[in-house]
Design a protein around this ligand. Structure first.
Ligand code: F6R
Length: 613
C-alpha cells in the first residue's frame, strides 16, 4: 500500500511533498522518492531504509531546486522487487524525461517487460511499475501528448493501480489515474494536488475530489480536468471532509482495526492478483522452489503463531483434501523443541504477517537444519523470514498497524490455499477444471467479504445483548474449528473476555461441564461437511442453558432454529468459507471491546511483532 502525492503550481514543491509523505507514514513503507520537472528536465531523488527513508529523502533533497512545475512523491511498500533505492519510485523511462509513481499491482508486467525489452527499452528496476513509464515513452515518441500516451498505456495494463505521471516536455502537467486503488484530487490557491489518500491533502485544502475507476485526471496549476479512458469528460465528485488529520489517517474510521477490517476485500483481491497464467495454470512468482523439488515432497509442516497459526489450520484441511499429502500444523514455539521428524522430502511452511516473529523464524531455521525445504508466507517483502527461506509467497494485505491481525489473517488463508492448489496442480491430484472452479470461487471472495462487512449492524445488535456475559465458548468443526479459535483469540486479546475455542465434537470429553446458564456459545454453523454433527453439538449446549449465537449461511433456517441469535453470512465453498466466516468473529470481538470501553488498537500486554521467545 504505497503512498502517493503530487502537486503542480507550488513554488517550493519539495517541502510540500515531504510533509505529505510524512502524513502518509502511518501506512507503513520501506523506501521513498520524489521527482519534479526543473529547467526542462526531470530531477529525482530516492532513498531506501525502512521507516527512516522519508528522513533520508529529506537530507537528499536539501538544497533541491524550486519552481512551479509538476512534482510527485511516493512512499513504497514493496510487492514486486526488494525494498531498495533502485526499486523505489518514481521510475523513469529510457530518456529520463518521464517519471511515474504507482500504488497497486500490475498483473501482466512480466509479458509487458519482455515486449518492451524486445523493442529496445532498458528496464532498470525489479518492479511491476516501471513497464508503465516505458509504455508511455513509446506513445510519446510516436507524437502522443502525456494524456493520450497515459490513456493508451492504461488500456494495456491489467491489475490494480493508482498512478501519477509527469513529463519534462509538459512541465506544468500531472496525469493521474486509478483502477481499484484510491486516488484523490485537490485544488487550492493556484495549485492542483493529488494523493493516495486524504491525510496527505488535508493540510493544504478541503476542496477534495474523488477519482473513480478508469478515470484519468489532468492537473495543471489551479485546475483539474477528468476524463474516461476513452477521453469523454467527467464531472469529478467533490468529497465532504468533516474530520481532522488524525481521523483521516485512519481513513475516517474510529481506529486502525476498523480501517483494516474494511481493507480486507482489497487484501484478499490483491493476494489473488496475477496468480493465474495465460493457460489458467497457477504461477507463484517468488516461489523459487523448482517444480521438480516440490514433486518430491511427501509431507508438509506448517508452523506459525497466533492468528497465523489459525490460518495454517484452515490450510491443513484444504491441502490434505486437494493434494492428498499429510499436513502437520504446529505452534512454532513448540515445534523446534520436540524433535520433529523432517527430511529433504518435507516442505516446511512458516506463516508470519511480520516475517520477524522469533518463534516462527527459529522454527524455520530448525526445519532447514533438518534438511527440509522451507517456504515463508509473509506480508513483508524481504523480512528476515522471507530472506532465510528457500521460497516465498507474499500476502499482499498492505501494512497492518492494528495489533490484532485482521486483513493479514484473511490474506494468509488465501495465500496458503493458493499454495494448496499450486501443489495439487503440480502433483496432478485435482483435475484442472476442479482447480479452476475453486479459483473462480476464490475470486468472488472479496465481494462476499464486503457483504459480510456490511452486516456489522447485525453483529452490533447481538453484541449489545451480550455485554454482561463473561464466559464465551467458540465452537466449530472441520474448517469451522480454526474460525472458532480465531474468534476466541480476538475476543481475548481486545475485549479481555474469557473465551475458549474448541472443536465442537470434543466438548463432551470435558469442557461441557462448564456449560451453564449465563455461558455464551458462539458456533460456526455454516454448511461444511460436519454441519449436521455441529448442530447436534449445539443442541447439547442449548439444553444446558447456554445462550447460543450461530454463524449461519444466508437463509439456512435449520441452523437458525438452534440459535438464540443468528449472524448470517453469504455462503461459499466450505474449504474457502473461513475467509468470510472470520469477519463476523472479528466484528463481535471489536464491538464487545468497544462496549467494555477498550481501545482495540492498543490491547494490553501485546506487541505487533513478537521478537522474543
Ligand atoms: C492476533 C495476532 C497474533 C499474531 C502472532 C503471529 O491477532 O495478531 O496472534 O498472529 O503474534 O504474528 P506474525 O504473523 O507476525 O508471525
Amino acid at each position: 500500500m504505497c503512498g502517493i502525492i503530487g502537486v503542480t503550481g507550488e513554488a517550493d514543491a519539495i517541502p510540500l511533498l515531504l510533509g505529505a509523505l510524512h502524513q502518509l507514514e502511518y501506512r507503513g513503507y520501506d523506501s521513498a522518492g520524489v521527482a519534479m520537472v526543473v529547467d526542462g528536465s526531470v530531477w529525482r531523488a530516492r532513498a531506501a531504509g525502512g521507516t527512516n527513508s522519508v528522513a533520508a529523502l529529506a537530507e537528499l533533497t536539501a538544497g533541491a531546486p524550486t519552481g512551479h512545475a509538476a512534482a510527485i512523491g511516493h512512499t513504497r511498500w514493496a510487492t514486486h522487487g526488494s525494498p531498495t533505492a533502485e526499486n523505489a519510485h518514481p521510475h523513469l523511462d529510457c530518456t529520463g524525461r518521464l517519471a511515474i509513481i504507482h500504488n497497486g499491482i500490475i498483473e501482466n508486467h512480466a509479458v509487458l517487460r519482455v515486449e518492451l525489452e524486445a523493442a529496445g527499452h532498458t528496464i532498470t528496476s525489479g518492479t511491476d511499475t516501471e513497464v508503465m513509464v516505458h509504455l508511455v515513452e513509446a506513445e510519446v515518441a510516436g507524437g502522443a501528448t502525456l494524456e493520450e500516451a497515459t490513456r493508451t498505456m492504461l488500456r494495456r495494463v491489467r491489475g490494480a493501480f493508482s498512478i501519477a505521471v509527469i513529463s519534462a516536455d509538459e512541465p506544468d502537467t500531472i496525469v493521474a489515474a486509478r483502477r481499484s486503488t484510491p486516488l484523490v484530487l485537490g485544488l487550492h490557491d493556484g495549485m492542483a494536488l493529488l494523493a493516495s489518500d486524504i491525510p496527505a491533502l488535508i493540510e493544504h485544502t478541503r476542496q477534495v475530489y474523488a477519482l473513480a475507476d478508469d478515470e484519468l485526471a489532468v492537473l495543471t496549476p489551479g485546475a483539474l480536468r477528468v476524463v474516461t479512458l476513452a477521453g469523454e469528460p467527467v464531472e469529478p465528485q467533490q468529497l465532504k471532509i468533516t474530520y481532522d488529520l488524525q481521523a483521516a489517517q485512519r481513513g475516517g474510521y474510529e481506529d486502525f482495526m476498523s480501517k483494516e477490517m474494511h481493507e480486507q476485500p482489497q487484501a484478499v483481491a490483491d493476494t489473488l492478483l496475477d496468480r493465474r497464467g495465460g493457460h489458467g495454470e497457477l504461477v507463484l512468482d517468488e516461489m523459487r522452489l523448482r517444480p521438480g523439488e516440490l514433486r518430491d515432497i511427501d509431507k508438509v509442516f506448517i508452523v506459525a503463531c497466533g492468528s497465523s497459526y489459525h490460518a495454517a489450520m484452515v490450510a491443513k484441511y484444504a491441502i490434505e483434501h486437494w493434494v492428498k499429502l499429510p499436513v502437520e500444523v504446529d505452534i512454532a514455539s513448540e515445534f523446534r523443541y520436540r524433535d520433529p521428524v523432517l527430511n529433504s522430502r518435507t516442505l516446511c511452511v512458516g506463516v508470519s504477517q511480520s516475517g520477524e516473529t522469533l518463534d516462527t523464524s527459529e522454527a524455520l531455521r530448525e526445519a532447514k537444519r533438518l534438511g527440509a525445504k522451507v517456504l515463508t508466507v509473509t506480508n513483508v517483502v524481504d523480512s528476515s523470514m522471507a530472506r532465510a527461506a528457500d521460497g516465498v509467497l507474499y500476502t499482499r494485505a498492505g501494512p497492518e498497524i492494528g495489533v490484532a491481525s485482521t486483513k493479514c489473517h484473511l490474506a494468509q488463508i488465501v495465500a496458503l490455499e493458493v499454495l494448496g492448489l499450486y501443489l495439487a496442480q503440480l502433483l496432478g491430484t485435482q483435475p484442472p477444471a476442479a482447480i479452476d472452479e475453486i479459483l473462480d470461487a476464490m475470486e468472488v471472495l472479496p465481494s462476499l467479504v464486503t457483504e459480510a462487512l456490511g452486516r456489522a449492524g447485525d453483529v452490533d445488535d447481538v453484541a449489545a445483548k451480550l455485554t454482561d456475559a463473561r464466559d464465551f465458548f467458540f465452537l466449530g468443526r472441520h474448517v469451522g474449528y480454526p474460525v472458532a479459535l480465531e474468534g476466541a483469540l480476538k475476543l481475548k486479546e481486545i475485549a479481555y473476555l474469557r473465551a475458549e475455542g474448541y472443536p465442537a465434537g470434543e466438548l463432551k470429553h470435558g469442557p461441557i461441564a462448564l456449560i451453564e446458564p449465563g455461558a455464551v456459545v458462539v458456533g460456526v454453523a455454516t454448511r461444511n461437511p460436519l454441519w449436521e454433527k455441529m448442530l447436534s453439538n449445539i443442541a447439547e449446549v442449548r439444553s444446558r442453558g447456554a445462550t447460543v449465537v450461530l454463524l449461519a449461511d444466508d437463509g439456512d433456517e435449520e441452523s437458525a432454529a438452534e440459535a438464540d441469535h443468528v449472524l448470517w453470512v453469504p455462503p461459499t465453498f466450505p474449504l474457502i468459507s473461513p475467509v468470510v466466516d472470520v469477519v463476523p468473529m472479528q466484528q463481535l470481538a471489536y464491538r464487545l471491546a468497544r462496549l467494555h470501553g477498550h481501545d482495540p488498537d492498543r490491547p494490553r500486554n501485546l506487541a505487533k511483532t513478537v521478537t522474543v521467545e
